[in-house]
Unconditional design. Sequence first.
Length: 316
Amino acid sequence: MILTLTPNTTLDLTVFVPQFRPNSTIRATRTYHSMGGKPTDASFILGRMGVRSLALGLAAGAIGAKVKTMLEAAGAQVDFSEAAGETRVNTVIIDESSGAHTTITTASMSVSAAQLEALRARYIQALKSASVLILGGSLPPGVPPAFYAEAIALARAANVPVIFDAAPPNLDAGLAARPDFIKPNKAELSALVGRELATTKALYAAGAAIRARSGAQVIITMGADGGLALLHGRSYRIPPIAVDVSSPAGAGDAVLAGLAHALHHQAPLEAGLRLGFAAATAVCRQPATADFDPADLQRFLPRAQLLPYPAQSSQR
């Protein structure tokens, strides 16, 4: 079974406003409560694809219970460990006049050593039947970045492929344990290398250096510019599929789901990339985080392209 591990579970509140103006009262035109958190988003998306996963993580309070209910309704199996406080709510603000997308994150859950150990025990047990692991996102207070290094090391010891998605400094800590895949976006990769990566060429060079150093295959999501995939022995540019975007929140997590789908079914990684980026496009059409219309996914799948990169290379 596909296993997802989310140490900081999240509920997203997406708010559409006519125009985002500081120091003013703004009346929202639409609001949506939806899934949030990278691995739990992936579990939600996989469930909508008809693929079951086991979602582990730390959750707290009524909001944590709501996240669990939403995942189960989508078809995921959930075994959260209880923490103190409340599962966080992130606010996603969509400016309808410009299309700008702003996310305000919070920290409202706290974790004791005993609660973290309970999650660790569940995780070690779940690895015994896992086909692939997706983990990442932020960490709640009380959980150090070393959490990711240990979680990845345990998965590698169990011969479970690891897909890891986090921002620095958590990304740095996890990379040291050599995950099989990482999926940074442009901002996360820029933060990792300590300089702005403004071009596809610069992103590719940074990804290639990380692949050579860590052994991780690197999938870079570039928003409206599509993506790059630096696999072992071949690399691809994934052009964007043109659609009207409602909200991009959760689109990158659809790529995680596509990769996991391929690994779970022992399909080529290229098939997983096409599925993931088609699903990401479908997610962009919906206002709620990680939501999508399965008909859109089927419509976009034939349009997902993998172009050898750099262009002059014939690597296959």
